[in-house]
Design a protein around this ligand. Sequence first.
Ligand SMILES: [Zn+2]
Length: 95
Amino acid sequence: MSPIKLVIIAGLLYLGYRLFISDWKKKKNKRKEDAEPKSVQDDQVEDVLVEDPVCHKLVPKQQAIRLKQRGTEGYNYFCSEECCNKFVSQTGEQE
Ligand SMILES: [Zn+2]
């Protein structure tokens, strides 16, 4: 094998090595981005059904009318303001 051929082969190997390394680094960075945690669950946590204490209908929590329970940290949920008002007049929760 002539020395010139050796140099060419060495150069090609070097180039291939450089390409391989940069490509591998790109892939590694991309994988890092993919692994980033995503906050997808936040909206779904609130998507639960709550029972209206007046008409006993199940309503999605996000759409329900919310009324704070007196003396507690809890809430009552209603399908409509009508039910909420009914509940208030029945129990005297609000003055
Ligand atoms: Zn109701």
